[in-house]
Design a binder for this molecule. Structure first.
Ligand code: FE
Ligand code: FE
Length: 322
């Protein structure tokens, strides 16, 4: 469903925004709000609006419109969810003791909420923008029994999506995001651990979709990572690999002519993640802007760096080797 990114050239030269943000200070922890839980009234609406704004004239216009429609359906699905079962105080306390995220899919057993979200999404998504592959996937999911849906969810959550399941996985991802985002919004930020060794979400343990640098605190700005599953964001060291936690051997790549976005590349683990600069483009939304900049992933990937793919391209983009 996703064509390769546009053929742009990589640059590490003169239009580098690093100087203005003080990236020579390796590993300096930024100040600012430690953890921001998702706001259910706006999280999906803002994301859909940003996707619609990014779509016109984009190389991936059809794909961005498809995801915008899906995110709109996610917003509608939120209001129809059953109460759900939160991890209790004792489970949260236990997670804290063993330094695990309380909503880690490997720890917290999901209830039926996500399947309720899925059927709502399948019913309400705007069919006009769905390509044939997505229509076929939608039909198949509407017919699927509980066990095969649960197995699709397991495979998505373990990052193991085959190319043949990619179209169905897009809907499954959307439904799981709704369930996890709703749960994350009900947590107390004070119960969650601070910065982790790698850059995984303190609420659910999932990898971030991207980082946003905002001005404030020090003149270098803060970096917040944004969860790919539960939409929580958390402060993370300004220059530090989100995969292995290394602060050595970090370098940056950006597309020529694109100053608001760079890839932070790690020599230690050959991982990379995207960093968006809010001062350069204020309307950013991490998941939407990540999808709209897959061209950078293609180019950094050609250099041999890898990341955990955006949930909506899992099965289309190769995950890093474990
Ligand atoms: Fe999360
Ligand atoms: Fe690394």
């Amino acid at each position: 469903m996703v064509p390769p990114g546009s053929r742009q050239v990589l640059s590490s030269g003169s239009e580098n925004p690093a100087a203005a943000f003080g990236e020579n200070i390796l590993g300096a922890a930024a100040e600012g709000e430690r953890i921001r839980l998702p706001d259910l009234s706006t999280v999906f609406e803002n994301r859909a609006a940003r996707l619609r704004a990014l779509a016109p004239g984009h190389d991936l216009e059809g794909f961005l419109r498809l995801i915008a429609a899906l995110v709109t359906a996610q917003h509608q699905a939120l209001s129809a969810l059953p109460p759900g079962s939160m991890p209790g105080a004792s489970e949260i306390g236990k997670a804290r003791l063993v330094q695990r995220a309380p909503l880690d899919p490997a720890v917290w057993s999901r209830d039926e909420s996500w399947r309720v979200a899925l059927s709502r999404i399948l019913e309400t998504v705007d069919l006009e923008v769905l390509p044939d592959s997505a229509r076929v996937a939608r039909e198949a999911l509407m017919q699927a029994d509980k066990d095969s849906l649960e197995s699709l969810a397991d495979r998505f959550l373990s990052g193991d999506v085959a190319a043949g399941d990619a179209a169905q996985s897009v809907f499954v991802a959307a439904a799981l995001q709704v369930a996890w985002t709703r749960m994350a919004a009900l947590l107390d930020a004070g119960d969650l651990a601070g910065e982790t060794e790698g850059g995984d979400c303190p609420a659910c343990g999932s990898p971030p979709v991207a980082g946003l640098i905002s001005p404030g605190g020090t003149k270098f700005g803060h970096r917040h990572l944004h969860c790919s599953l539960c939409a929580t964001s958390w402060r993370y060291t300004r220059v530090r690999c989100v995969h292995c936690g290394s602060t050595d051997g970090i370098s940056f790549r950006n597309l020529a002519g694109t100053a608001y976005l760079r890839a932070e590349c790690c020599e230690a683990c050959q991982g990379y993640s995207k960093v968006f600069y809010l001062e350069k483009a204020r309307a950013l939304e991490p998941l939407a802007d990540d999808l709209a900049s897959l061209g950078l992933d293609v180019l950094v990937g050609e250099e041999g760096f890898a990341r955990v793919p955006n949930p909506f391209v899992l099965g289309m983009m190769e995950p890093p080797e474990k």
